[in-house]
Write a protein that binds this ligand. Structure first.
Ligand code: UD1
Length: 359
């Protein structure tokens, strides 16, 4: 019997862990333990995802909450040590690139426990992003690196990670998406755009955030925008005194963070999506919905090379230009990348089973 302890903390982690845990349940020789760090804690950011994705209640909730990098890392590591001493897992699984990911990988490694990283090898090459550091360091100390797209393999090999640790299994977020497909509402009226913004590089920078809002102001004059607003972004609007800009936009609708199924339904039926999220770039590619990424780079190049994603940058004129192109019918067509087929969790657990038995 192998004890596998999965660590989650934020919205995207929940989407990635759900299919993995469901797959583990099919194997008699695996016991699954789930730890929620509590990095995200509001109902709409956490519990609603557990409900929509049928994730079992966590065995441990570390209730770490919000705070600086130092605070979140130290609290998670300290509290995880107690859990590890008690549970003595054979393997710790982390997903994505958030603070809970790196903290989990660090405590696993220093406790001499094997680490598996789901969604390894992605690189934005933008060192301003904490996520980029989290990705690089987590990959450096992981024993199993499960990758979503070919670019990840090149990145990891260049960093000296041995080929035998790298497994191309596809995108586990698509497993969740396909699992929810029957619940996603279809609609013929694609007369709106979805906007999401939460990257500190965009919304914590007053000038840049203003520039993006100016672009949004222009675009909503042509088409309705629906904006599920992240708590960080909401705080910055108040702090920077941008409420007047939002109020002046007559054709934009701000809503609270949406649950998983509602967000998928909204995205699937949109005319296009404007976002700085990583996961949404992938979901847009799967749905074949055009996506304007409001960043200068992406760690998910397959969404641009194969999918519907366009890196629109953060400059007002360029964002408006790209949006108008879509409104004029110049729509980028895409395909679904390899292994984005809903069978990623199956592949991962098969690989773990084979390799853990061998050890
Ligand atoms: C985190 C991840 C980011 C990921 C995002 C997904 C890191 C460094 N960042 O960013 O990579 O894309 O999650 O959503 O790990 N807050 C609430 N309620 C909550 C959670 C947060 O109000 O349930 C507010 C707090 O004011 C908090 C702020 O949002 O300070 C930011 O939360 P935090 O977890 O630090 O980072 P995110 O911006 O959510």
């Amino acid at each position: 019997m192998f004890k596998i302890l999965s660590i989650v903390g934020t919205r995207p982690n929940f989407v990635k862990i759900a299919p993995f845990i469901a797959e583990l349940e099919k194997y008699k020789n695996f016991k699954s333990i789930l730890v929620h760090t509590g990095q995200h804690y509001d109902f709409g950011m956490s519990e609603s995802f557990f409900k929509d994705l049928s994730i079992p209640k966590p065995d441990y909730n570390l209730s770490v909450g919000s705070g600086s990098f130092a605070f979140q890392m130290s609290e998670i590591i300290k509290k995880m040590e107690t859990v590890i001493l008690k549970e003595k897992p054979d393997l710790i699984v982390v997903t994505g690139d958030v603070n809970s990911t790196l903290a989990g990988a660090l405590i696993a490694k220093t406790s001499k426990i094997l680490v598996a990283h789901i969604e390894a090898g992605l690189r934005s090459f933008d060192n301003r992003m904490i996520e980029e550091m989290n990705r690089i360091l987590t990959d450096r100390i992981s024993d199993f690196l499960f990758i979503t797209e070919p670019s990840a393999k090149n990145n990891l090999l260049k960093e000296g990670i041995p080929n035998k640790k790298i497994f191309f299994v596809g995108d586990i977020m698509i497993d969740s998406l396909k699992g929810a497909e029957s619940l996603i509402k279809s609609s013929n009226c694609d007369d709106y755009v979805v906007l999401t913004l939460h990257r500190p590089e965009n919304v914590d920078d007053k000038n840049l955030f203003k520039e993006i809002l100016e672009a949004v102001t222009e675009i909503q004059k042509k088409i309705k925008i629906i904006w599920p607003i992240h708590p960080r972004t909401n705080s910055r609007i108040k702090e920077f005194g941008f409420e007047y800009m939002v109020k002046n936009m007559k054709n934009i609708k701000l809503v609270s963070p949406l649950g998983y199924i509602d967000m998928l339904s909204l995205n699937k039926n949109a005319k296009f999506i404007m976002t700085d999220s990583g996961g949404i770039q992938e979901e847009a590619t799967f749905f074949g919905v055009p996506c304007l990424t409001i960043r200068d780079n992406t760690e998910r190049p397959v969404t641009v090379e194969v999918g519907t994603n366009i890196i629109a940058g953060t400059k007002k004129d360029r964002i408006i230009k790209e949006a108008y192109k879509i409104l004029l019918g110049k729509i980028k067509k895409g395909k679904i990348p390899k292994y984005w087929d809903g069978k990623t969790a199956e592949r991962i657990v098969k690989i773990l089973n084979k390799n853990l038995i061998k050890r």
